[in-house]
Design a protein around this ligand. Structure first.
Ligand SMILES: [Zn+2]
Ligand SMILES: [Zn+2]
Length: 343
């Protein structure tokens, strides 16, 4: 045990930041790119991308985001505005000698979509790439490794809507209500360590070394022939709930999303139209500002980010935010390159 190199920062917080890379619906306008929202994790598998609209790579540059980092891309559905940035981004990864692993998750035919680019325009991946297709009807996920083989290497049953489990978080999905098969996703952080009280550890004579890390994790240790339970001894507080961020994809307001996102710290919900155009929203299976705000209330969300804004509001989108705030005051209107820190 090395007593000198222990560098725990007992109460450090993992930073979690949302960066809007595209907030437009269907067609891009001067200030809004097509849908894509990044979630940046300091401590885990570094970046999650909700959808991948055309030219997302340029927004990466403008936002100062690194490309060569472990990344999980979650595709909500196969309308072009949500997925056409994927081939370009992957081409870039190849040209720039990416080494970090990439996982792409989405509906069935995700592999086929990429494989056709492999066959027709020579898309390659020289870095570890995993493609996970959600077979919702059969409650299983199909896993492909690389872009060369057309056959999945594995099929795994999906339990409790969990599509991916990482060290510090899980990704859950649900079916939402759109004109084609569409998924909403939740990023759910695992419970975090409780607050650490170093003076209590010192009082018990436990030296500052790697044992502290175990204590901070709430694990019992043996010290001077006695078992020490850090929570009982007041060395560490109770585990703190992890943060949760839910992304709607394109959808009419729907119960399954409310269930998936219950208690979210941030709900990122499409709000394509104002309430005046509720009839169009209903017909096209999209949401209005009021729909999104009502979902936020029902979900007990703490904050709402309105996105997927129709090009008709490009000159003055303020009405969208005003309408949502009347229903759910803690609403924000997405704009490209906006950053939100989730505390
Ligand atoms: Zn869309
Ligand atoms: Zn759509």
């Amino acid at each position: 045990m090395n007593f000198l190199t222990c560098e725990i920062k007992p109460n450090s917080m993992m930073s979690l930041e949302v960066v809007v890379l595209g907030s437009s619906a269907a067609i891009p306008v001067k200030d809004r790119n097509l849908p894509s929202i990044a979630l940046i994790l300091d401590n885990g598998p570094d970046m999650i991308l909700f959808d991948c609209g055309e030219d997302v790579q340029r927004r990466f540059i403008e936002a100062g985001l690194k490309f060569n980092r472990p990344m999980t891309i979650l595709i909500s559905h196969f309308h072009g505005d949500h997925v056409n940035g994927l081939p370009g981004l992957l081409f870039r990864f190849n040209l720039t000698d990416r080494t970090a692993p990439l996982t792409i998750i989405g509906p069935r035919n995700l592999f086929l979509y990429l494989f056709l680019h492999r066959l027709t325009v020579g898309l390659r991946a020289q870095y570890p790439i995993t493609i996970i297709e959600i077979d919702h009807d059969n409650k299983k996920k199909l896993i492909y490794e690389g872009l060369d083989s057309e056959f999945p290497i594995d099929e795994i049953e999906i339990k409790e809507n969990t599509i991916l489990e990482a060290k510090n978080h899980v990704i859950k999905y649900t079916l939402v209500e759109h004109s084609i098969l569409t998924f909403g996703y939740s990023f759910v952080e695992k419970p975090r360590n409780g607050k650490f009280f170093p003076e209590k550890a010192l009082e018990l004579g436990i030296p500052r070394n790697s044992i502290w890390k175990r204590l901070h994790e709430g694990k019992k240790i043996e010290f001077n022939d006695r078992v020490i339970d850090p929570e009982k001894e007041g060395i560490v507080g109770p585990k703190r709930p992890g943060r949760k961020i839910t992304y709607s994809g394109d959808t009419a307001p729907c119960g399954s999303l409310i269930e998936l996102g219950e208690g979210s710290d941030l709900l990122i919900h499409e709000a394509t139209y104002t309430k005046e155009l509720a009839h169009i929203a209903k017909e096209k299976k999209h949401s209005t500002t009021v729909d999104a705000a009502t979902v936020a209330i029902k979900m007990n969300a703490k904050k709402l980010l309105l996105t997927h804004i129709s090009s008709r509001y490009q000159d003055d989108p303020s009405v969208l935010l005003d309408e949502a705030k009347e229903v759910f005051p803690n609403s924000l209107l997405a704009r490209d390159l906006m950053r939100i820190e989730i505390k």
